[in-house]
Write a protein that binds this ligand. Sequence first.
Ligand SMILES: [Mn+2]
Length: 328
Amino acid sequence: MKSKIEPGRTKTPARHSATSPRQAGASGPLAADGAIRSPHFLEYDPAWVHNPDAPYAVLPVPYERTVSYGRGTAHAPQAILDASNHLELFDEELLIAPCLRVQTLPETDCRSGTEEQALQAIREAALSVMSRRRFLMAFGGEHTITAPLVAAARSVWKSLSILHLDAHLDLRNEYQGNRFSHACVMRRIMDMDVPIVHVGIRSLCEEEYRLVIDRGLCVFWARAMAKTGAEAWMEPAIASLSRQVYITMDVDSLDPSLMPGTGTPEPGGLSWQDVTGLLQRLCSAREVVAADIVEVVPIPGTPLCEYTAARLAAKLMTYNEQQQHHHA
Ligand SMILES: [Mn+2]
């Protein structure tokens, strides 16, 4: 496994300088290509970045083996970490600086070995965090990685259900001859007998439609959500989830105007307010135990997609942290 841990670095001065965060200079070591490389989530904090007792752990998972359309998601974890260094620490909505205590783990080895071996390595890395009831945030990579992540979560939390944000159902039994394709990931999770609530769906095949009807699956369709407005779908979606929730966020659930960098974009997606509103309510109503953000494909020349993904991850951790304080 390749370690990307950097030697101790002092806190970046960038964030609080007069210039905008993005213009405000390097926040990590320079790579050979001159790009900034930051192997940690959020600003470097020597107390937590390498600390296995941190309540939050970020796992970079650059898995890209079965993508069927746009490529490049293997570059996303590093791009999201880089972008996260430019986030404001102060939350504009909650009006607090949450001081998230986040360990950033070395990325999992997704290139060598067989598909099964790579997925097993992801499961083991996740389990090492979850078995101590720490919050895991994984950055893909393609959606395939959610199966081993959920398998690990399911072995720790007995009353687990899945919130699945996606444009697609990903419920094919196999795709292009592969049962581990990104297009089959939720079917593999259904095989584990974990209840799933699908939100934002606007693309499916006939096989998937039959499955929805025959098994009475819980699907919140993007078209209906847009018609009724958030108040009508958020509470029923949350009410359909069990006490402990794993969230998998395929970024193509967001509208492509907000998230153009993804392998299989689909028009008509969720807004930023839709998704963050849902996450906030969910964190106050349920115990969110872990999450992943998958299928980001960075676009050269704009940091929009990786920045939005980093912001989404920080938002979820902040909502979760706020509830921890309320419950304490
Ligand atoms: Mn998708």
